[in-house]
Ligand binder design. Structure first.
Ligand code: PXG
Ligand code: PLP
Length: 436
């Protein structure tokens, strides 16, 4: 196949380098991609953390095809169609009690943007429209909208984009290398890092001005940072004391990644909103959304009955194909008990990745649920280069990992077998050793 690579400007990719040595996949099934050269590539990342049931699962494919034969599209505004309502009901039923409303978006970035708007709209509806300050964390990833990069804390994602949103502040990242470098699962040390919220940030802005604190329960994109035991509980207690909303960005952790449906369940902390996206449709059709607490939703259902309560939405919110894919994905989760399967896989992944501790240049290993991360020492002159070289070597050896700077991540589908995990980790070990 002769592909002209020129026109497509690839996202989050070094385009010139990629196009000089492209990596193209042409098909996929279950745990594997097939490359354009016919090679099988083990998908150690479930795509980008999103194909959690494995690729091209027949019930989902069939459901999307059936939907396409019934209804291709219905206007998202002022008109409804069954699968959007059914998918919202199913998702709300899986969510922690009290989060019974779903606002649909097309991606995690949009879900984050919508969650911010709902938070601001809620405070206005409560006649506290001065509550506009948003508190995120250093190293957080909340997608690529202006809200997401402003509340997010990844310097490289922010530095080129001007003044961003005003009235945003950041808690420190919870990662303290001295304490956490080889912690298995949740680190014991560091719950007190949440106190910075009450001791420094809330007084600075005054609680009466703060709309929400927003965190990824486990930081994914920046390189997998697991919260210390008790940290999220403490954030919840502080937010409650000051009447501040707590939002969990569960775009990665939602729908089973930690071995529970949501991280909120895993940590036993109920936020006021949950954003989700990846895994909800098994990535077959893009879909995201916000789960909203009843108190927020009900507060906003006011004004004249013919008036729109939230002046916000997307052409493709609750798209028929996406919501049909979500329904089929959640059926598959139920029928194959995929979340329980993820929970059973977690200790195996933990042991496998921590087995790399003795490999040269490995400086930290972290894991939780079906996520494992191995951090390499950066080359003194070229941070990120070693990680990238290891990623490419793994791909050439038939394993797709993810490199975030010098951090290599595995987050496979929940259908992964032990032999798949072994192959990922063995390939990573060999690649780190070879790349040097
Ligand atoms: N919030 C969180 C917590 C995410 O992880 C988004 C929002 C944005 O979702 P969309 O669908 O707009 O991409 C994400 C997405 C990586 C990686 O390299 C992570 C994400 C996306 C792509 C790559 O780890 N997270
Ligand atoms: N830009 C223009 C010119 C539009 O007309 C619209 C939607 O109607 C948008 C952007 C937003 O697109 P979407 O609703 O898909 O987010």
């Amino acid at each position: 196949m002769e592909l002209d690579l020129n026109a497509y400007w690839m996202p989050f990719t070094p385009n010139r380098h990629f196009k000089s040595a492209p990596r193209i996949v042409v098909s996929a099934k279950d745990m594997f991609f097939t490359g354009d050269d016919g090679r099988e590539i083990l998908d150690g990342m479930s795509g980008l953390w999103c194909v959690s049931a494995g690729h091209r699962r027949q019930p989902i494919v069939d459901a999307v095809k059936a939907q396409l034969d019934r209804l291709d599209y219905a206007p998202a505004f002022q008109i409804g169609h069954p699968s959007a309502f059914m998918a919202a009901e199913r998702i709300a039923a899986l969510a922690p009690a009290g989060l019974d409303h779903v606002f649909f978006t097309c991606s995690g970035s949009e879900a984050f943007d919508s969650a911010l708007r709902i938070a601001l709209g809620y405070w206005r509806a409560r006649r506290q429209g001065n509550r506009t300050v948003l508190i995120g964390r250093e190293r957080a990833y909340h997608g690529v909208g202006f809200g997401g990069i402003s509340v997010g804390g990844i310097p490289a994602n922010r530095k080129a984009f001007g003044s961003l949103l005003p009235r945003v502040d950041h808690l420190r990242s919870t990662y303290v290398a001295d304490q956490h470098a080889f912690a298995r699962g949740e680190p014991e040390w560091g719950a007190h890092l949440a106190d910075e919220l009450e001791e420094r940030i809330i007084p600075l802005h005054d609680p009466s001005n703060i709309a929400a604190v927003i965190v990824e329960p486990v930081m994914g994109s920046a390189g997998v940072f697991v919260p210390p035991k008790g940290y999220l509980q403490r954030l919840r207690a502080i937010c409650d004391r000051h009447g501040i909303l707590l939002i969990f960005d569960e775009v990665i952790t939602g729908f089973g990644r930690l071995g529970k449906t949501f991280a909120a369940d895993y940590f036993g902390v109920v936020p006021d909103m949950i954003t989700f996206a990846k895994s909800v449709t098994n990535a077959v059709v893009p879909l995201g959304g916000v789960l909203v607490a009843n108190a927020i939703h009900d507060t906003m259902m006011q004004g004249p009955a013919h008036a729109i309560e939230l002046m916000h939405g997307y052409t493709y919110s609750g798209h028929p194909l996406a919501t049909a894919a979500a329904l089929a994905t959640l059926d598959l989760h139920r029928d194959e008990e995929l979340v329980a399967r993820a929970a059973r896989l977690a200790p195996y992944i933990e042991n496998a990745v921590h087995g790399l501790r003795d490999v040269p240049n490995v400086v930290s290993i972290r894991n939780l649920g079906v996520i494992g991360a191995v951090e390499l020492a950066p080359r003194p002159d070229a941070p990120g280069q070693r990680g990238y070289d290891v990623f490419v070597e793994c791909f050439n050896q038939g394993v797709l990992a993810r490199a975030t700077g010098d951090i290599l991540v595995f987050a496979p589908a929940f259908i992964a077998e032990h032999r798949h995990i072994d192959r990922m980790v063995d390939t990573l070990r060999a690649a780190i050793t070879k790349v040097g």
